[in-house]
Design a protein. Structure first.
Length: 205
């Protein structure tokens, strides 16, 4: 995401808690010839930046890994200048509690670092609770295919057979709310995702 921003802005800054992810990002920047990027290792709950430093503060596909997403959003607001934009991108769970629970059970098995995929209403509520205006919303789907997902995952206990079974079981009744369906000898589905963007007002914290 930082590399994409770098093509459109004067300077882009990326942050991650894990050094391995930062190494991957640095390699990508080198391969693509980016010279207007900087990388920091840090904590999303205590960003290593001064107040009101950035015009755009974004987070992509990370909120489902956070125990305290509201706290993270407040930190994003802190480092954003008044009039700047807060952008949050993540997949979200079904409003049906049973489907949301099944989806999160699969995702926690597939990637034990997952805390919870929240509902769209929950994500919208983070903006309201932080005192931000109602965000604009852009929806899209991230396509998934069973065998590719199983092959590229790191499931708990390396239980790939169990992960495959969980995905297969989601087809009848769409029990995870991701449109799971049998197609061409496999199971295909889509992660529902959204980009929420709001402007930080002069009086926002």
């Amino acid at each position: 995401m930082v590399a994409a921003f770098a093509a459109c802005v004067r300077r882009a800054v990326g942050l991650d808690y894990t050094e391995a992810m930062l190494d991957e990002a640095r390699q990508l920047a080198t391969q693509t010839g980016l010279s207007n990027v900087a990388w920091h290792r840090g904590d999303v709950y205590a960003l290593p930046f001064t107040d009101a430093l950035f015009d755009i503060v974004s987070c992509r596909y990370a909120f489902h890994h956070l125990q305290e997403p509201a706290r993270a959003l407040v930190e994003m607001m802190r480092v954003c200048r008044p009039g700047g934009r807060i952008a949050l991108c993540d997949a979200f769970a079904s409003d049906d509690p049973a489907k949301a629970a099944a989806f999160n059970a699969m995702e926690r098995h597939r990637d034990p670092s997952t805390v919870e995929f929240r509902t769209l209403g929950y994500l919208r509520g983070l903006f309201a609770d932080a005192g931000l205006p109602q965000p604009t919303e852009r929806f899209y789907g991230v396509p998934g295919e069973r065998d590719r997902l199983v092959a590229t995952s790191f499931p708990a206990g390396d239980d790939r057979a169990g992960l495959r079974t969980m995905i297969d079981a989601a087809v009848d009744g769409d029990t995870m709310g991701v449109g799971a369906r049998r197609e061409d000898g496999t199971v295909r589905f889509e992660y529902p995702a959204v980009v929420l963007v709001a402007a930080k007002g002069v009086h926002n914290a």
